[in-house]
Design a protein around this ligand. Structure first.
Ligand code: NAD
Ligand code: UFG
Length: 348
């Protein structure tokens, strides 16, 4: 058995897939989640998939006492920190909620980590920190700027992590900047379970394909892209999960070879390096599912950018990690999850 890892937000979409990858890689995991955007059923399904119960603690990262209880009863090598709110539109309407949950919550987590001498962290950052990129593909040295409170909260945490490593070089803090996570576990047992009508493209397409929604609105067909629709770097959530294992392996490697001080604050893109347009994704999904995906072109969505895709070189060179799964795999797995769970996890 390898080191023990605390997974905050481990009941969520990316967290559940990462728990499986961590278990398969031999890590012991403890999940801490307030279930504000997830369900116990997701945890049950992860337990079923790995064939043993996982240790789950219901709690909020802003609750210092509850966090102390967790840290005092476990010896963690590090934390993978997924816990956060992620809806861009909601963040515009409720900025205080987002800063409180995502920024204050992370500060509390870091304070408790410091108290218990746990100084290794992998943080869920986002390509949103690049704003509207000046050049493509986007590498980690690109300028950072954000236009909404959700993005600002991710950027604020990055700055906090950076400052922390300057103040004390025994912290090793990796910020994984995800591009567009999609897909689901190949079993069809776990996947993305949005509340209400989805904001994001892949769950929206899946719900049109399964007949829950009438048609897709494609936001803009006059972007300077291959077919006028937006271009994104869609990455399979299983590949993303493996990226977290690779980040932990890297941290362990640095520490075991006496190079702890060299990690500091390390931002790394997790993307495929390939852009796919909205129309290309619709076509691929329709082919995989055999379902028509009716759509109409609509106005551009406020705040959207034309194109966004990663330079994935740093992850390859440093973490020896590369995305393996294709757009077809992403569509197949999203479709299986949607078909097998037309109402998500049911139990909220
Ligand atoms: P998710 O909502 O499915 O998972 C987040 C989990 O955190 C949920 O289970 C939720 O209940 C929990 N949580 C939220 N606030 C909490 C708190 N205060 N205390 C304890 N638990 C709390 O989202 P996801 O898609 O799995 O995203 C995981 C992380 O990755 C988030 O930080 C998100 O901002 C980031 N991210 C996601 C995407 C994406 O497109 N999904 C892209 C870039 C970055
Ligand atoms: N789109 C549509 N119709 C829809 C939904 C989306 O045409 O119903 C288009 C968007 O206009 C965009 C593309 O599909 O061109 C992708 O949109 P998503 O909402 O799926 O994803 P975004 O790139 O806008 O944002 C996502 C996450 C953010 C994260 C960002 C970068 O939602 O949280 O990726 O990681 F910050």
């Amino acid at each position: 058995m390898k080191n023990k890892i605390l997974v905050t937000g481990g009941a969520g979409y990316i967290g559940t897939h990462t728990c499986i990858a961590l278990h398969e890689a031999g890590y012991e995991i403890v999940v801490y989640d307030n279930l504000s955007n997830s369900s116990r059923e997701a945890i049950n399904r992860v337990s079923n998939l790995i064939g043993q119960p996982i240790e789950f603690i219901k709690g909020d990262i802003r609750d210092a006492e509850a966090m102390r209880n967790v840290f005092s009863s476990h010896h963690f090598f590090g934390v993978i920190h997924f816990a956060g709110l992620k809806a861009v539109g909601e963040s515009v309407a409720k900025p205080l909620l987002y800063y409180n949950n995502n920024v204050s919550g992370t500060i509390t987590l870091l304070e408790i980590m410091a108290e218990y001498g746990v100084k290794n962290l992998v943080f869920s950052s986002s390509a949103t920190v690049y704003g509207d990129p000046e050049t493509l593909p986007i590498d980690e040295n690109s300028k950072r700027s954000c236009t909404n409170p959700y993005g600002q909260s991710k950027l604020a945490v990055e700055y906090i992590l950076e400052d922390l490593t300057v103040s004390d070089n025994s912290w090793s803090l990796i910020a994984l900047r995800y591009f567009n996570p999609v897909g689901a576990h190949s079993s069809g047992q776990i996947g993305e379970d949005p509340n209400d009508v989805p904001n994001n493209l892949m769950p929206y397409i899946s719900q049109v394909a399964v007949g829950k929604l009438d048609k897709l609105n494609i936001f803009g067909n006059d972007y300077p892209t291959v077919d006028g629709t937006g271009v994104r770097d869609f990455i399979h959530v299983t590949d993303l999960a493996q990226g977290h294992v690779a980040a932990l392996n890297y941290l362990e490697g640095q520490i075991n070879t006496g190079k702890r001080d060299s990690v500091g604050f390390l931002p790394i893109n997790l993307g495929t390096g390939k852009g796919t347009s909205v129309l290309e994704l619709v076509t691929a999904f329709s082919k995989v599912s055999g379902q028509p995906i009716p759509y109409k072109f609509a106005e551009r969505r406020a705040g959207d950018i034309a194109s966004c895709y990663a330079s994935a070189d740093k992850a390859k060179n440093l973490l020896d990690w590369q995305a393996k799964l294709s757009i077809t795999d992403m569509c197949q797995d999203s479709w299986r999850w949607q078909r097998m769970n037309p109402n998500g996890y049911y139990i909220k």
